[in-house]
Unconditional design. Structure first.
Length: 149
């Protein structure tokens, strides 16, 4: 599986570690029956608050920053010759992640792991804004399975 990472470097969380952790989270989802197709690629972009606010304004009509936005791949992004499919793009505001890590009293890498997992679940079609708590329950279950509980 290919994990494309763009944006600023993260202190104490190398691109190699981000890639390994993302793969681990996806394998955990697959073993739990939450993935119905093999994921061949995912993109993760780290941006600042200004860029995130612009994306949030453009795509969600909310004039503020947010921690994570997910842009799921659609069927036209899939290679018909491949057994895997792309997951999509997860965009994370490093500025917001730093604030949340500080507020929650854990490290920035831990917060980024939370946000990557959250973004993966959105890319798979889960939506905590419209469901009855299913996404949050699944996220807590998966956090425990990947050592984030």
């Amino acid at each position: 599986m290919n994990v494309e990472i763009s944006g600023a470097a993260i202190p104490r969380f190398s691109r190699r570690e981000i890639t390994a952790w993302t793969r681990r989270a996806l394998r955990t989802l697959e073993r739990g029956g939450h993935l119905h197709a093999s994921i061949g690629e995912v993109a993760i972009a780290f941006v600042d608050d200004a860029a995130m606010a612009e994306l949030n304004r453009t795509f969600r009509r909310k004039n503020r920053t947010t921690d994570v936005l997910t842009f799921p791949a659609d069927e036209s992004d899939a290679d018909p010759e491949s057994k895997s499919r792309p997951l999509g793009e997860i965009v994370i505001s490093l500025d917001q992640a730093k604030r949340q890590a500080r507020d929650e009293r854990h490290s920035l890498p831990t917060e980024l792991r939370y946000l990557i997992l959250h973004g993966i679940l959105h890319a798979l079609g889960h939506d905590h804004e419209t469901d009855q708590g299913e996404m949050n329950a699944l996220e807590l279950e998966l956090r425990a399975k990947v050592g984030l509980a």
